[in-house]
Ligand binder design. Structure first.
Ligand code: FAD
Ligand code: DLZ
Ligand code: SF4
Length: 509
């Protein structure tokens, strides 16, 4: 007799997922469901949907081999109700049970749906993270500012990663200042490991093409890993060939190289194919064996047990209104060039082009190109956030919203960032080779052909003077602005306004 249903979502594909650990193979039924509601609450990139559905199918097969009874709904099953709660209700009816074991989903939307379902749902905390909710809350309690760096040190101590007794390996907690080299002339790494689609993946690709072919993003060629064994190979490939230079060129961007020395493992970690701590230990071993330098390994590990854990902590600490915040009152509509329309700004067109083709852009492209532009030009944070949630294969709200609404757009009023991540074209020029081939001139501050980032940077500072001029870390910027003669300031502001107007009218900018 079946006792309970055990829900496994598309980003919970781990053998050690909490609901499975609490379940009983002999009497519980695992429920997995491909549903239109999850595929379309934002217009997800077709590659992201294919990754999730293919990985779900393979995980279900793996569970069955392991002796679990799995009730699996394929997207085009005629009986499929096309929502997670709908499928739980259908399975509950079929098996005559009302009890459901589930692992807490990574989005408030789905947590609410499960809590409101007419079923007896027990939510287990997702313990694939180093910091539990309670631990993050107690770290945050009483602090004036929740800065990642201090949280990260706690995580190092808790995991014992890169520790020598009570001290950080190499004597420093953070080697970031060594990790800001500009774009290299030559990249020795050929990019992430690619996997030829097998029969299961091919079937999913046809299905996704038929159902979601109208979404932004190129489905084929599809070369993501779709099971744990493949994801392990992708990780080993990164550690061997890219990790040694990951640190040096972490912030660099090249117009003809989409991945540089980045890992491209976030989609695998976030859906459960890779365990974040195992990923960190693989990197630490490379350092201990003398195969990768400390600046690379510390920088990489910090992204995972530092930033990744920290943003998740913030999402759950701040609560369900967090993704809706708009602290700077920005409301301009997302321009069509975020969805692939033409733009003369090469940095944007390159970042969007690779997003469309790969469902991937690296951190600095997301933060200092598309994010920076969105913040400078005052785009509506919720439209921007929806874009990020849709277009990246690694995007789930618990990690996307703090990075976009908080880190990138400062729409959370400074919970995450102590000052807005804004820059003129000079930063992009220093870290990339985009500007050399751009229709705009990065060295030009005003007039025909001036880089829009140069104009919008001052426009942003000027329109938010009340908010930021007393920020100690922004004083220099305001002093520079104030030193410009009035006529020049007026020209900058009116040219920025004219640019924004042309953009709003859909002209080619
Ligand atoms: P690498 O550069 O090789 O870094 C290694 C790993 O560190 C990543 O795989 C990831 O697991 C982790 N990591 C690094 N930075 C962060 C971060 N800020 N937050 C969380 N984890 C981090 N990451 C997501 O996983 N999903 C998102 O939806 C997402 N949206 C972002 C939106 C914006 C505006 C910005 C600025 C960053 C966003 N990030 C997001 C963080 C980061 O850009 C990606 O994790 C990273 O680009 C993934 O590629 P990678 O595996 O090659 O990372
Ligand atoms: C993102 C996604 C997609 C596209 N499709 C499914 C699906 O069909 N079935 C499923 O269980 N999960 C899917 N997911 C992942 C969920 O949206 C994710 O579990 C929630 O957003 C919570 O993080
Ligand atoms: Fe981007 Fe300006 Fe450089 Fe063009 S000149 S690539 S718009 S930063």
């Amino acid at each position: 007799m079946v006792k309970r249903l055990v829900l496994i979502l598309g980003d919970q594909l781990s053998d050690n997922i909490a609901a499975l650990k609490a379940a009983d193979k002999d009497s519980d039924v695992v429920v997995m469901a491909e549903v239109m509601e999850e595929g379309s609450y934002v217009p997800h990139h077709p590659k992201k949907i294919a990754l999730i559905l293919a990985a779900m199918r393979k995980f279900a097969a793996h569970l069955r081999e392991d002796g679990w009874q799995v009730a699996y709904s394929e997207l085009d099953d005629t009986e499929n109700s096309q929502s997670i709660v709908g499928e739980l209700l259908r399975r509950a009816d079929q098996h005559g049970v009302a009890k459901v074991l589930a692992t807490e989903p990574g989005e408030f939307r789905l947590i609410e749906a499960l809590n409101n379902a007419p079923l007896d749902v027990e939510l287990c905390e997702d313990d694939r993270f180093v910091a539990s909710h309670a631990m993050f809350e107690s770290w945050a309690e009483g602090r004036k500012a929740l800065r990642m760096e201090y949280f990260y040190r706690e995580m190092r101590r808790k995991t014992d990663l890169l520790m020598e007794r009570n001290d950080p390996a190499g004597g420093k907690w953070n080697y970031d200042h060594e990790n800001r080299k500009p774009a290299p002339n030559e990249v020795t790494h050929s990019g992430p490991m690619q996997f030829t689609p097998d029969e299961t993946v091919e079937e999913v690709l046809d299905l996704v093409e038929a159902k979601f072919g109208n979404h932004f993003g190129q489905l084929r060629p599809f070369d993501f890993a779709t099971d744990q064994a493949q994801a392990q190979l992708a990780l080993a490939h990164f550690v061997k060939y890219a990790l040694p230079k990951f640190g040096d060129f972490q912030d660099a961007m090249l117009k003809d190289n989409r991945f540089l020395y980045h890992a491209v493992v976030s989609p695998y970690i976030n859906i459960g194919l890779l365990d974040p701590l195992e990923v960190c230990r693989a990197a630490e071993d490379a350092w201990r064996n003398g195969d990768a330098p400390i600046n690379a390994v510390e920088g990489f590990i910090r992204q995972i047990i530092g930033w990744r854990e920290y943003v998740r902590g913030i999402y759950f600490l701040e609560g369900s209104d967090y993704p809706q915040r708009n602290g700077l009152g920005h409301g301009r509509s997302l321009p069509d060039f975020y969805w692939g329309a033409e733009t003369k700004m090469l940095c944007i067109s390159k970042a969007v082009e690779q997003t469309e083709e790969e469902a991937y852009a690296h951190h600095i492209q997301r933060l200092m190109v598309t994010g920076n532009f969105a913040l400078l030009s005052g785009l509506d944070p919720q439209q921007v956030s929806e874009w990020y949630l849709a277009v990246y294969a690694d995007a789930f709200e618990w990690v996307e919203a703090p990075n976009v609404v908080g880190m990138s757009l400062f729409a959370d009023g400074g919970v995450i960032a102590s000052k807005p991540y804004v820059s003129s074209g000079a930063y992009i020029n220093r870290m990339s080779d985009y500007c050399k081939s751009c229709a705009y001139k990065v060295s030009q501050k005003t007039g025909e052909g001036a880089c829009p980032f140069n104009l919008l940077y001052w426009h942003f500072l000027d329109r938010h003077r009340d908010r930021f001029s007393n920020n100690a870390r922004m004083g220099n910027m305001y002093r520079t602005w104030d030193r410009m003669d009035e006529g020049r300031r007026e020209t900058v502001l009116s040219e920025a306004d004219a640019f924004l107007k042309r953009m709003e009218q859909g002209e080619l900018v």
